[in-house]
Design a protein around this ligand. Structure first.
Ligand code: FAD
Length: 473
């Protein structure tokens, strides 16, 4: 007999499992179906493992500069195997944490592949999801609501097929046993730049090839420029405006070569491995959607402001609906969707209040409009900028590259965006997030007392600089 639930969720990434907990809090009987492991891309192939390796790389980079801190140590080196073991330990510990949360919230977990059964059987009373496990055994559950949180997978480029030896995505790169001598990174977005930073700190010879005119193209132009400058200072080759000629790829004999059209003519690249980081494709296939009214447009599931699809009892959230493909976005969308199902009145998510982070060295963080976007949208813009060079705590910390930049509306004083590059800015950006939620002006940020000496003082000083009254510069 089929089990009945108030809600079935397909996919237990940060979108699905957070939504499951919120639904259980609201008194729903919840089933979550996961074909691999609880925690999804973020926990097993994304946010957490990549940040664990980045942290090891950062410690090594600091140790290489030990003389500057007055530390004497012999025999400092890299044991990449141990870095991988540490990474896996963190992932396993958090995986157990998610399992515990499911048990604690009395959420029924099904291990298997979930598919919507049609035709269009979703109604306030009934619906059905077929779950198939690895052994091919099937069972059916009948939920009142269905939440699609099936996430995404790496996008590839025709001609650069992933062979797991020469051409990799971040999925394979995270599993490497040994570091390559050189890496060609295709794509200078967040994932590409995090890998460029990590590998170069681990003494891999890195080249980044980006099709757009600048790396981190979604960030403020000044931030992109500073990141490119700092990577180049670390001997990372950054080639922008480059069109990779996939048909020229030659793999074998311990490496690969490929050519790209650039402003300076055709360039040839050679590396031991290539990492393709050119975005993510939503997992919309084989979900049985053809038997429903759910619409897929541009490769992502179409939803309304509360993540309802064209079938009122089917919702979709997270990477599978496109937009800002971030873990914290997926989680918030999940909570909003579930609250909407439960008849509450959640506020729609304002995507201009979502922080975006790149965990490279130095880190990058941004929220709201870039200066160029603000001007394009017709705002009369004023900006305030404060460099970490002038900040005591950054000097004490030993990392003083970068800056904080505020973008404000010159007519109303509204804060439009905050852009940062520098030490720990992925933590500092939360103050900007709160400021955006509370509609704080630069004046209010400037008059928030930032303790001394802290990196957060850069935020206060940049806010003062909006009206030309920074103290420390
Ligand atoms: P996912 O996490 O992809 O989870 C979807 C789950 O659904 C998967 O577990 C999958 O197995 C399962 N599934 C799919 N189809 C079915 C089915 N039919 N039946 C059952 N189960 C199914 N974001 C950040 O915010 N910060 C970061 O630092 C960050 N770093 C990243 C680094 C890398 C290398 C990558 C690749 C991504 C990173 N991201 C980061 C992005 C983040 O991982 C995703 O935005 C987030 O995981 C999306 O969550 P989700 O729940 O929508 O989907």
């Amino acid at each position: 007999m089929s089990q009945e639930f108030d809600l079935a969720i397909l996919g237990a990434g940060p979108g699905g499992y957070v939504a499951a907990i919120r639904a259980a809090q609201l008194g729903m009987r919840v089933a979550i179906v996961e074909k691999e492991k609880l925690g999804g891309t973020c926990l097993h192939r994304g946010c957490i493992p990549s940040k664990a390796l980045l942290r090891s790389a950062e410690v090594y980079a600091t140790l290489k500069e030990r003389d500057k801190y007055g530390i004497v140590a012999e025999g400092v080196g890299i044991d990449f195997g141990k870095m991988q073991t540490r990474k896996q330990g963190i992932v396993d510990q958090l995986h157990k944490g998610v399992q515990y949360l499911m048990e604690k919230s009395k959420i029924t977990v099904f291990k298997g592949y979930g598919r919507v059964m049609g035709p269009s059987i979703f109604s306030p009373q009934a619906g059905a999801v077929r779950i198939e496990n690895e052994a091919g055994e099937q069972e059916m559950i009948v939920p009142r609501f269905l939440l699609l949180a099936t996430g995404s997978r790496p996008r590839t480029i025709p001609g650069l097929e992933i062979d797991k030896e020469y051409v990799l995505t971040a999925d394979e790169a995270l599993q490497l046993d040994t570091l390559p001598a050189s890496m060609l990174i295709v794509g200078g977005g967040v994932i590409g730049i995090e890998w460029a930073s990590m590998l170069s700190d681990l003494e891999v010879d890195v080249t980044v090839v980006e099709a757009a005119e600048r790396i981190l193209p979604q960030e403020d132009e000044e931030v992109s420029r500073e990141m490119a400058r700092l990577l180049k200072k670390r001997k990372v080759k950054v080639v922008t405006g480059a069109k990779l000629l996939a048909e020229t790829l030659v793999r074998g004999q311990g490496g690969l070569t490929i050519q790209a059209e650039t402003a300076g003519g055709v360039q040839r690249f050679h590396a031991e491995k290539m990492l393709v980081s050119v975005g993510r494709r939503a997992n919309v296939e084989n979900l049985g959607l053809e038997a429903t009214e759910v619409k897929v447009d541009g490769g992502v599931i179409e939803v309304g402001p509360f993540y309802q699809t064209a079938e009122p009892h089917i919702y979709a959230i997270g990477d599978v609906i496109g937009g800002l493909q971030l873990a914290h976005v997926a989680s918030h969308e999940g909570m909003i969707a579930v609250e909407h199902m439960a008849g509450l009145s959640p506020a729609p998510l304002d995507y201009t209040k979502v922080p975006r982070c790149t965990y490279s060295r130095p880190e990058v963080a941004g929220i709201g409009l870039t200066e160029a976007e603000a001007r394009r949208q017709g705002y009369e813009v004023k900006t305030g900028r404060f460099s970490f060079k002038a900040l005591g705590k950054a000097l004490v910390y030993g990392e003083n590259d970068g800056f904080v930049k505020l973008v404000a509306d010159a007519r109303t004083d509204d804060l439009l965006g905050v852009h940062m590059i520098g030490p720990h800015v992925t933590e500092l950006i939360s103050e900007a997030g709160l400021a955006r939620v509370l509609d704080a002006t630069p004046w209010e940020i400037a008059h928030t007392i930032h303790p001394h000496p802290t990196l957060s003082e850069a935020m206060g000083e940049a806010a003062l600089a909006v009206d030309g009254s920074a103290i420390q510069s």
